[in-house]
Design a binder for this molecule. Structure first.
Ligand SMILES: Cc1ncc(COP(=O)(O)O)c(C=O)c1O
Length: 374
């Protein structure tokens, strides 16, 4: 794989040492071009290409299907994780009130449930790891739903979805996953992991920019759940434009309520093309390669500091995120920013994310500046 060529597709890397995918990635030329083409078309032809745009959207839906091993009917385009998670919480109200979730979830994972009156039981981690045993201990006879991030934003801990999916199946729980910190970086197979519902945003590891998310629901649920929201595009034949008959299309795309956010969906299409060109396994391999390099360089720089890594380093639990425990992380982030090095302060320290647009030189530059600051 020619990683320099991939990097060249991200102009932001020319100026910045951008190690911040966990917050938001820059987009590639491919995504920017897709969004721009849409605006060029609407600029010069108004809405005449409507049917072409719809066709394009369906092609992109197919690419999402390949990314997570779903069926086309199981995918909806949303705006972000919060949007998707609200839909799920709204759909499952009849199934039970008690939800088991993890202690340091991002609020998009938990607030939609709290808002609808669910009771949340929080599992505590041990050294950032949520073991299947500990999760199981928190399940009661009232628990009906389990909600977790695939990768935790504060520590980078990656859950084994196949193991957790098996537990949910054995205990009869509805398994809901927030894949925002993994989709685009770590492989996901909704079938293998028995996932009932999954959501993610496009702006981080998908490298697709803002205003685009993905929602997945296992087709087993199509006829069982409530559809808490509906719009003119939610029905079987929207072009009947019938304002009296609610003939819902009982599949995921019923949640695409009105006219599509084409430009954002197309930007996601560009990002999926890039990921497909690189290949899922190569993406994951490169992220681990750069992550290992980062840890090695940190050990060389300051062995005490390397002991402060909060993220689990065991490959089973490892992701693209490395959090280095530092008390003054906020100040360090600001100082690094002055040198055009972009990282973030999260949880107990400095959060460094590595993705396919990064290289070893980025890590070296971070280490060189970090060495002066800590
Ligand atoms: C795990 C996780 N989920 C979701 C989000 C973003 O939520 P939303 O897509 O609703 O803006 C973030 C970070 O911003 C996150 O770390």
């Amino acid at each position: 794989m020619d990683w320099d060529k991939i990097r060249d597709l991200f102009p932001a890397t020319k100026k910045f040492v951008y190690l911040n995918a966990a917050e938001a990635s820059p987009v590639s030329i491919l995504s920017a071009r897709e969004a721009k083409t849409f605006y060029d078309e609407i600029l010069t032809r108004g809405d005449l290409p409507w049917n072409e745009w719809l066709e394009k959207r369906e092609k992109i839906r197919k690419k999402v299907v390949e990314l997570i091993n779903a069926d086309k009917s199981e995918i909806a385009f949303t705006l972000n994780t919060s949007h998707g998670m609200n839909l799920i919480a709204g759909m499952l109200k009849r199934f039970g009130k008690e939800v088991v979730t993890m202690d340091d979830e991002f609020p998009s994972t938990t607030l939609p449930w709290l808002n609808l009156g669910y009771e949340l039981r929080f599992v505590k981690p041990e050294d950032a790891v949520y073991s299947i045993d500990e999760i199981e201990k928190n399940i009661t006879s009232n628990t009906k739903i389990l909600v977790t991030s695939h990768v935790q934003y504060k520590t980078g801990f990656k859950q084994d979805l196949v193991e957790l999916g098996k537990l949910c199946k054995d205990r009869g729980l509805i398994f809901v996953v927030n894949a925002t910190q993994s989709a685009g970086a770590m492989p996901i197979d909704v079938r293998k992991a028995n996932i009932d519902f999954l959501v993610f945003s496009g702006l981080k590891w998908m490298m697709a920019g803002y205003g685009i998310g993905v929602f997945y629901m296992d087709k087993e649920w199509f006829e069982k759940v409530d559809y808490p929201v509906a719009g003119w595009q939610s029905v079987r034949d929207p072009f009947l434009v019938d304002n009296r008959k609610l003939d819902l299309r009982k599949e995921a795309s019923a949640f695409e309520l009105g006219c599509p956010h084409f430009s954002n969906i197309f930007a996601l299409g560009g990002a999926l093309d890039l990921l497909n060109e690189i290949g899922k396994e190569n993406v994951e391999r490169r992220i681990y390669e750069l992550g290992d390099y980062l840890v090695k360089k940190l050990e060389e720089l300051d062995s005490e500091l390397s002991q402060q890594i909060v993220s689990p380093l065991d490959r089973k639990y490892r992701s693209g995120i490395t959090v280095i425990g530092l008390k003054n992380a906020e100040t360090i982030v600001q100082e690094l920013h002055k040198k055009n090095i972009v990282v973030s302060a999260r949880g107990r320290g400095l959060r460094v994310s590595v993705h396919v647009y990064n290289n070893e030189e980025d890590v070296d530059k971070l280490m060189s500046e970090l060495g002066k600051l800590v």
